[in-house]
Ligand binder design. Structure first.
Ligand SMILES: Nc1ncnc2c1ncn2[C@@H]1O[C@H](COP(=O)(O)OP(=O)(O)OP(=O)(O)O)[C@@H](O)[C@H]1O
Ligand SMILES: O=P(O)(O)OC[C@H]1O[C@](O)(CO)[C@@H](O)[C@@H]1O
Ligand SMILES: [Mg+2]
Length: 328
């Protein structure tokens, strides 16, 4: 079957995520294997509007699969949210002969991808975000690395927290989603896990938990707090005042976005990158690639953006049971 596209453009947009390089590499090499040309668009939609576009060949993506960040750089671009910006972006694609585009980013980037698809540029989006906040997929590029980085950081905080017999509140990223917090909370054996989707703002209950932990001889109290709840420093002051237990807040921050991707992020990102090119070769457009029930799937972008996602209730219940098992 002949390819429906001849030149593929690839860009990364929104927050970077470990594994984006593996996805770029897969897009470039799969396209070349299919006899296509590839152009890298640097700095996301900003770079598209500035025509920051480079030719890519197989060697352009050598020695990157193990690297965090994105060799194409990334950006958030306000101008691209306007119809004029989107029109200009589509014209620039046409000017550079880009008739197939792979956008690697989060839900915001998908909105831009959908607009370009509607303007006639065959576009496929890949979920690249540490937040895991994309409803159509159980996996997003970067989540696995980020959650492992956060887990290792929390283990380290726990050591010092135990030595000083302190309470530690550790704030993890995730924007409005609590996936990183929930997974770390379980993986780190936290005493309290506060996630945006379930938090009831009952600080008195947390304070009671801490007092109870102390009364049964626990040497530390680890609270994993989601970025969407925030206020970790304020919470630390209030908890210390109410319990008398020395309390420190640690906001892990952007370290969670960097670092060498895990094996899962390298392999799934590679598979998704190849799949995106396969879709474009078949003439598909306006699709998002996802990972569900052990395999790759793809959806209409609009349909994907309308899907709702919630924390897995069973996993949440398990987290509660395990963190409370020493409490009355
Ligand atoms: N409604 C929209 N229409 C067109 N483009 C959009 C729209 N929303 C966002 N974008 C583009 O996508 C870019 C990235 O969006 P956003 O900042 O929401 O990050 P994201 O892709 O969701 O990734 P992450 O949440 O992981 O940082 C925006 O800066 C903008 O250029
Ligand atoms: O790097 P910035 O622009 O401060 O964005 C931070 C946000 O990006 C993410 O790291 C990824 O979406 C979120 O977890 C966080 O809220
Ligand atoms: Mg987002």
């Amino acid at each position: 079957m002949s390819n429906k596209v001849s030149t593929i453009g690839v860009l990364t947009s929104g927050g970077d995520a470990p594994g984006m390089n593996a996805a770029i590499r897969a897009v470039v090499r799969t396209a070349i294997a299919n006899g296509l040309k590839v152009k890298g668009i640097r700095r996301g939609y900003s770079g598209l509007l500035e025509e920051d576009i480079i030719d890519m060949d197989a060697s352009s993506v050598s020695d990157i699969i193990q690297r965090g960040g994105t060799i194409l750089y990334t950006a958030r671009c306000l101008e691209f949210k306007t119809p004029e910006g989107q029109q200009k972006g589509a014209e620039i694609c046409r000017k550079h002969g880009i008739d197939g585009l792979v956008v690697i980013g989060g839900d915001g980037s998908f909105q831009g991808a959908r607009k370009l698809a509607n303007l006639g540029i065959n576009t496929v989006a890949l979920p690249g975000t540490i937040d895991l906040d994309i409803a159509c997929t159980d996996y997003t590029i970067g989540f696995d690395t980020a959650v492992n980085t956060a887990m290792e950081a929390i283990d380290k905080v726990r050591d010092t927290s135990t030595s000083h017999e302190r309470c530690s509140i550790i704030e993890v990223m995730g924007r409005n989603a609590g996936y990183i917090a929930l997974w770390c909370g379980i993986a780190n054996g936290a005493e309290d896990i506060l996630i945006t989707e379930r938090y009831d703002h009952d600080e008195a209950k947390i304070i009671e938990n801490i007092k109870h932990s102390r009364s049964i001889g626990k040497k530390h109290h680890i609270i994993v707090n989601a970025e969407g709840i925030g206020d970790s420093n304020g919470m630390a002051k209030r908890i210390e005042a109410a319990t008398g237990m020395e309390t420190r807040a640690t906001i892990i921050g952007h370290i969670q976005r960097g670092g060498s991707p895990t094996c899962i992020d390298r392999v799934y990102a590679s598979e998704m990158g190849a799949y995106a090119v396969d879709l474009l070769c078949k003439g598909e457009s306006n699709r998002v690639v996802g990972y569900r029930s052990g395999g790759l799937v793809d959806y209409d972008i609009q349909e994907a953006l309308e899907m709702q996602k919630d924390i897995d209730q069973y996993l949440y219940d398990v987290s509660r049971t395990l963190s409370r098992s020493l409490q009355s």
